[in-house]
Design a protein around this ligand. Structure first.
Ligand code: UD1
Length: 430
């Protein structure tokens, strides 16, 4: 079983280049099957969730050509199957995007109810409400969502909760519905905007993405396109926190600084220096960082996907910080793991009260999910001595070459898959 072993204690210093946004790519790859023409997608991250999605697209009959590690050509003219079923696709949450894409194009879809990270109950009722409003009949049969429509008709849809997935999914289906669809209380995340821009580049008519009202005027067909995915806000934020927690100095390159404003603001509040460039941010950690309070919120608020990374950073700041998780109910499971490194955090419901400690000591921990796994790695890099992080399959779902990028910043970290390799690392590092 693969795991990361690291020897912490040194500041991370240097430059790191951020890849394409996983969550934008998941929407864009499924939207690409809505045309019969060639679609070329660039700046794709080479991570597990994306590769699983590409396999599933192939499985239903689309032609996928890897032009290079980060570029694919998709041609969906030969799709013969509106039923997606692959043992892996069940494990990724974004499999729900197949419902919107297939329903939009073929007026029919059968997709297993999604899996994904274990961070609490994650219903898709709002997605289904949106599809029903567009005229689809929806049922759940043997664990799969079955959606059918004679035709889709534009509708006025109010999303009761701000949901990234429901916004993107309904937006995709509505691009090929008759007439005007208005999504109210839409999510404003950068990847919602990226998927909308991608759909527009295929000839869709989507306006207002990035605000809370999106208007979609249905078109008859979508055409081929070439598109480059935006940089990953969360990968960038993770490296920003890695700089802060190790009291390092890191230039995080190939980012859109606007997407990182909430993270930059919080790091500045705790005393880090954050310098913005056109397409980079530099984070300089300080020896004595201070406490702060954080509440996760939909964009432009502080992202829930950055909650574990900022929490571990605050666990080494002076004073008491309070982190409130407002999006997912069960997202503090990693706190027990972090306690093995010597943190002092109490969780009550969706609130963590963090009493900063002077240092962590290395320990063996398990990654409970994708972002918490990455947070434990950066905590290990700030800890004294050796830390091993198990279950790194979670981390590989969303971070490309995580250990390699960290080594580029001076981290002493390696991926090992046996106790023998682990011993070798210890002997070599000393
Ligand atoms: C997406 C991201 C995920 C991120 C989350 C919030 C992808 C593939 N995943 O997940 O990394 O953490 O946005 O930024 O892009 N909800 C309902 N009913 C629904 C849908 C959602 O009640 O039908 C609730 C959820 O339980 C949650 C909240 O709405 O409490 C927000 O969830 P949502 O934005 O939909 O998250 P995902 O799209 O699943």
């Amino acid at each position: 079983m693969e795991r990361y072993i690291m020897k912490g204690g040194d500041p991370l210093v240097g430059e790191v280049c951020i890849g394409g946004a996983k969550n934008a790519a998941l929407g864009i790859l499924t939207a690409a099957i809505m045309t019969d023409e060639d679609v070329v997608i660039d700046n794709l991250p080479d991570v597990r969730d994306i590769n699983v999605m590409l396999e599933a697209i192939q499985e239903i009959g689309a032609h996928v050509t890897r032009i290079d590690r980060h570029t694919v050509r998709i041609n969906a003219s030969a799709i013969g199957e509106v039923s997606v079923d692959d043992e892996y696709i069940r494990r990724i949450r974004a499999s729900y995007y197949f419902i919107g894409a297939l329903l939009g194009k073929y007026k029919s879809a059968k997709v297993p109810l999604p899996g994904g990270c274990n961070i609490g109950s994650r219903p898709i009722d709002l997605h289904l409400k949106g599809f029903r409003a567009l005229g689809a009949e929806i049922s759940v049969e043997r664990g799969a969502v079955v959606a059918q429509a004679v035709e889709l008709k534009g509708a006025h849809i109010y999303l009761d909760k701000v949901s990234v997935g429901a916004t993107i999914n309904v937006m995709m289906a509505a691009t090929l519905a008759g007439g005007l669809t208005i999504i109210e209380n839409a999510a404003k995340e950068p990847h919602v905007v990226d998927v909308a821009n991608f759909l527009n580049s295929m000839g869709a008519n989507v306006k207002g993405a990035g605000t809370d009202i999106i208007r979609i005027r249905g078109v008859h067909r979508l055409h081929g396109t070439e598109y480059s995915i935006i940089p990953d806000q969360i990968e960038a934020g993770t490296f920003m926190c890695a700089a802060a927690i190790t009291r390092g100095d890191v230039v995080v390159k190939n980012v859109i600084p606007k997407h990182l404003e909430a993270i930059s603001a919080k790091l500045q509040e705790i005393g880090c220096e954050v310098i913005e460039f056109d397409d980079a941010v530099r984070v300089i950690g300080k020896p004595c960082q201070m406490h702060t309070n954080i509440n996760t919120l939909p964009y432009p608020g502080f992202p829930t996907d950055m909650q574990p990374q900022i929490t571990v950073t605050l666990a080494l700041a002076k004073g008491t910080s309070i982190v409130t998780e407002s999006i997912f109910e069960n997202r503090f499971k990693y706190v027990d793991e972090l306690a093995r490194m010597g943190s002092n955090i109490k969780v009550e419901g969706n609130v963590a009260v963090i009493d900063g400690v002077a240092g962590f000591s290395g320990a063996s921990v398990n990654a409970p999910d994708l972002r918490a796994g990455a947070a434990l790695v950066i905590a290990g890099l700030a800890a004294d001595g050796y830390t091993t992080v198990d279950e790194i399959g979670y981390i590989q779902r969303g971070y490309e070459c995580f250990d390699e990028k960290l080594r580029g910043l001076g981290a002493v970290i390696e991926k090992v898959d046996s106790d023998k390799e682990l011993q070798k690392f210890r002997l070599r590092v000393g």
